[in-house]
Design a protein around this ligand. Structure first.
Ligand SMILES: [Zn+2]
Ligand SMILES: [Zn+2]
Length: 465
């Protein structure tokens, strides 16, 4: 009786979202008020290790390698081991990750049971435990509330976090939807039995019954395959936060890379995934390697999956454009640009004439240019420049003598030393802006607003008048 009451109250608790009543400043508040356990050092490591996880993570490769030394690898067993690697790996990527942690699609009951069973063969904890940690990882990425915080290093985010007792509880994440799911509850209840059945017994029995290779099945499809599934899926937390590009957002560590995708059954487009976690895809282009996406899509075609979530392309492309503009802006900032009319002295016609006697000044589209360093380099010959010293060469420059190209116009603008008093005559506006500046990447604070643009201001005045 007491145990059933306890169970009941536990069930009631679990049906309420765990994050319903957290304070608005939850992250800072928690990091500040709840102290983590002391760091693991040489003096305390014996009491701080998680010995069960350490045993699982170290014994599998040792038993696998020693076993492989004494066991002949038959091609049937080899193919089966690879096949079984994909099957159990998909249990994690298509099941644990995209279906349950992210609700990226709906799966029919048979598909749910299939994924829960083969997922247990990857020996990475129950769906409930795994998804709870993963939801915290997405919500608190790169903070100490992220159980595999990538800022703590590659080894820590790969396996280190499992080998020691957690330094602090992962940040709160709601898993009330999972607590209600009968398949997840069933898997949680029978988890230990499922590990042995799917992790070791099935991969031993199948090669034994079909081609008489129980030992090979155990070593290659059981133990070594498990080792590969482990490190392949662990790469999502380590490699995918370390190697590659950030085409959608660079605020956090997740990255996109083909190598990670190859290593993780398609989970390597992790920059996209952290931006659009409920999307059933990781790779959005058809030629990118994402077998997990293909599997879910095929399940949909077979009527086993439905409601595949896809983020609107328009929003995805906004993210990409932002990052492309950011890169272009960096390029733009590395270049030097001509002075604009606000930064240059205003020079009268008389003064221009006077100064042109001392140095080679040429007027083009309202700007006075000092071509002193360029006379000898002028492709058309120095004489064409010399004859315009102290004169207006606008017409000649823009096609009268030679219709100069973008490069010439850009270069000319760099030689500006002043603006002719009285401004440029009408019709020159287009000629005053060098081609390199006609399209520019501007921060929002640099954009024309009614409050900082003289043009718009005078328009406003006109309206008031
Ligand atoms: Zn991640
Ligand atoms: Zn995820």
């Amino acid at each position: 009786m007491p145990s059933s009451t306890r169970q009941q109250s536990k069930l009631v608790d679990e049906s309420v979202p765990a994050d319903l009543n957290i304070p608005d400043n939850y992250v800072q508040h928690t990091l500040k008020t709840i102290k983590p356990l002391p760091p693991v050092t040489w003096s305390n490591w014996t009491t701080e290790l998680d010995y069960l996880n350490v045993a699982i993570l170290t014994l599998t490769p040792v038993v696998g390698l020693v076993g492989a030394y004494f066991t002949e690898l038959r091609w049937e067993t080899c193919l089966f081991a690879i096949f079984y690697y994909y099957v159990t790996g998909l249990g994690i990527t298509a099941g644990y990750h995209r279906l349950w942690a992210h609700r990226a699609y709906n799966a029919s009951l048979p598909l749910q049971y299939f994924l829960a069973i083969v997922g247990a063969g990857a020996v990475e904890g129950s769906i409930k435990w795994w998804s709870r940690g993963h939801r915290a990882h997405h919500r608190y990425t790169d903070t100490d509330l992220d159980p595999y915080n990538a800022h703590r290093g590659f080894f820590y985010s790969h396996v280190g976090w499992m080998m020691i007792k957690p330094r602090r509880k992962p940040g709160v994440a709601d898993v009330s939807d999972l607590a209600k799911n009968p398949v997840i509850r069933w898997q949680h209840k029978h988890y230990i039995a499922l590990i042995f059945l799917m992790g070791f017994i099935l991969p031993t029995v199948v090669p034994w019954l079909l081609w008489g290779d129980a030992q090979g099945g155990y070593i290659y499809a059981g133990v070594l395959r498990l080792c590969f599934v482990h490190h392949s899926t662990f790469c999502v937390n380590s490699l995918a936060h370390w190697l590659g590009e950030t085409p959608f957002d660079d605020k956090h560590t997740p990255r996109d890379h083909l190598i990670t995708a190859l290593a993780t059954i398609g989970e390597g487009y992790h920059n996209f995934h952290h931006q659009f976690p409920m999307d059933y895809r990781n790779a959005i282009k058809w030629y990118q390697y994402d077998p997990t996406k293909w599997f879910i899509w095929a399940c949909q075609k077979l009527g086993l999956a439905s409601h595949l979530k896809v983020f609107p392309d328009n929003e995805v492309r906004k993210g990409q454009l932002t990052m492309e503009l950011k890169k272009l802006r960096e390029t733009q900032e590395k270049l030097s640009w001509p002075n604009d009319s606000n930064d240059l002295p205003v020079i009268s016609w008389e003064s221009f004439q006077e100064q042109a006697l001392k140095r080679p000044l040429i007027l083009i589209s309202g700007f006075i240019h000092d071509v002193g360093t360029f006379v000898d380099e002028h492709p058309g010959g120095p004489h064409l420049l010399i004859k315009f010293i102290g004169k207006d060469a606008t017409t000649a420059f823009f096609g009268g003598v030679y219709d100069h190209s973008n490069a010439a116009h850009n270069l000319l603008a760099m030689k500006r030393v002043g603006v002719l008093h009285g401004g440029a005559p009408h019709g020159l506006e287009d000629k005053m802006i060098p081609p390199s500046q006609r399209l520019k990447i501007a921060r929002y604070t640099e954009l024309t607003s009614p409050y900082n643009s003289s043009t718009a201001y005078s328009d406003g005045e006109g309206m008031l008048g």
